[in-house]
Design a protein around this ligand. Structure first.
Ligand code: UD1
Ligand code: CA
Length: 465
């Protein structure tokens, strides 16, 4: 069967009060339009056409990775019927079924879409409308039935007060038979409250012509929620997040306070991991089993092993953390930081493009950038890899078992050999051979009675006690 998809996304989204195109706003971390495109792809259609208008170039750019997507520009935007008409030349002589999706309805299930196509084709209808019965129908088009059959759809703004009582609404998702579709859409008028060409008016047109119009009513009305405002955006994000936390809990993850867990759809978490309140797990992040993620942690596009503890308020982006590691509180792992098994990263430690070898420790106040640190290395408090010379980033190598004393600076490129010691307060400018001790601080000198002498010279009593 020939199946084509058209997605409407040209509208300005006035009610969002945004400079950004509405369909690029994110629901639980993912742009609305990406969700709709994923559902369209699940139908494996012959073609997918996106109607764009408002911010057309931004959208085209944002979606450039989607191959085989046809963009059609609707300018000006005169309503949903007018939007569909602009796809006429793109669809050419295509026959079969057209599934029309709305770019701002991101929760529709693929299951419902399949039901829509099945009902539409099995009844040989001219049009099939996805509807829902909702508690609060305000803002949506209402489904007016005569007897069992759908007679027409009336928009909220055009409805009589009796029609506004109807709780069955139009989802804005339809299947149409392509035969004669565009001619019929052309006959839709704009004599309504918004002076727009309404696609739902096609229902009445078809019914008057005696053509078949069917409906598919979703059992979960959340599926067809459209997003027109920031409040609806937040509400739909909430639904997606609740689904995600429910899924994870069912799979054996403890989430102490689900409403404050911000876990994106693609994130994977192993069993018996405990997620404390206020944790954000984003993008392509995986967390192993038996981990403990404390409050205020944000992890983006990172891989965390098993039995890892991340203490409060760590930020981890694009990093790897192996099994049995402890990180934080207040640590920052970024840009290819790679913490190996059993290592320990403490508070106010930043790692960038750095391997911290198995069993190594950096417990307090350090910057480790562009460094390869071996196994069982101790990095003292206040250690800094001086990786940038103003022109290029240089590498620091610290070999297995080395001990770097507190407040040391390692001026890269430099190597600290196996088992070597760097004395506290050392500025390491040359390689340290294996087993050596490097010290650079001058010899300490104590000036006796200095405070007393100073006070005397200023004519005051010494404050020594
Ligand atoms: C629409 C339906 C309404 C339905 C609701 C479901 C119409 C007239 N009304 O109302 O019956 O209950 O969806 O969510 O269709 N668009 C264009 N070009 C335009 C106008 C809109 O591409 O000229 C796009 C928008 O970007 C959006 C979609 O079509 O993605 C729906 O338009 P919107 O203005 O949000 O329609 P609603 O008022 O929500
Ligand atoms: Ca809408």
């Amino acid at each position: 069967m020939d199946l084509h998809v058209v997605i409407l996304a040209a509208g300005k989204g006035t009610r969002m009060k945004s400079a950004r195109a509405k369909v690029l706003h994110r629901v639980a971390g993912q742009p609305l339009i990406e969700r709709v495109l994923a559902r369209a792809a699940a139908l494996d259609p012959r073609s997918t056409t996106l109607v764009i208008g408002h911010q057309a170039d931004t959208l085209r750019h944002a979606l450039s990775r989607h191959r085989g997507l046809t963009f059609v520009v609707q300018e000006p935007q005169l309503g949903t019927a007018h939007a569909l008409l602009t796809t006429e030349s793109a669809l050419g002589t295509a026959a079969g079924t057209l599934v029309l999706l709305s770019g701002d309805v991101p929760l529709l299930s693929v299951d419902t879409l399949r039901k829509l196509v099945d009902r539409h084709t099995s009844t040989a209808a001219a049009a099939t409308v996805v509807t829902a019965v909702v508690g609060e129908p305000r803002g949506y088009g209402r489904v007016v039935r005569s007897g069992e059959r759908i007679a027409r759809i009336v928009e909220d703004k055009d409805a009589t007060s009796a029609e506004r009582e109807i709780r069955e609404i139009n989802s804005g998702i339809y299947a149409f038979s392509l035969e004669g579709l565009f001619d019929a859409v052309r006959s839709v008028a704009s004599a309504n409250a918004q002076r727009e060409y309404y696609l739902p008016d096609l229902v009445a047109v078809y019914r008057q012509r005696g053509l078949g119009v069917e409906t598919v009513t979703v059992s979960n009305p959340d599926e067809i929620r459209g997003i027109n405002s920031r409040i609806e955006l937040a509400a739909v994000s909430r639904i997606v997040r609740d689904q995600k936390t429910a899924e994870l809990m069912a799979a054996g993850v403890t989430i102490e306070d689900p409403p404050t867990a911000y876990i994106d759809g693609d994130v994977k978490v192993g069993a018996d991991t405990v997620i404390h309140p206020g944790v954000a797990l984003e993008g392509r992040t995986t967390i192993g089993a038996g981990c403990e993620i404390h409050s205020g942690v944000r992890i983006v596009d990172s891989q965390i092993g098993d039995r890892v503890t991340i203490f409060n308020h760590c930020v981890i982006t694009n990093a790897r953390v192996a099994d049995d590691v402890k990180v934080g509180p207040f640590a920052h792992l970024r840009n290819e930081a790679d913490v190996r098994a059993g290592a320990r990263v403490g508070n106010f430690v930043e790692l960038k493009k750095t391997v911290l070898g198995a069993g190594s420790k950096s417990m307090h106040l350090a910057y480790l950038g562009d460094a390869t640190i071996g196994e069982k290395v101790n990095i003292g408090a206040g250690t800094i890899t001086c990786n940038y010379d103003g022109v290029t980033k240089n590498q620091t190598v610290i070999e297995d078992g080395a001990f770097v004393g507190s407040d040391s600076q390692l001026i890269a490129p430099v190597t600290v050999g196996k088992g070597a010691y760097v004395g506290s307060g050392t500025t390491v400018r040359q390689d340290v051979p294996p087993g050596a001790l490097a010290v650079s601080a001058g010899k300490q000198r104590n000036i006796e009675h200095w405070v007393e002498k100073k006070a005397k010279s200023e004519g005051q009593k010494a404050k020594v006690d």
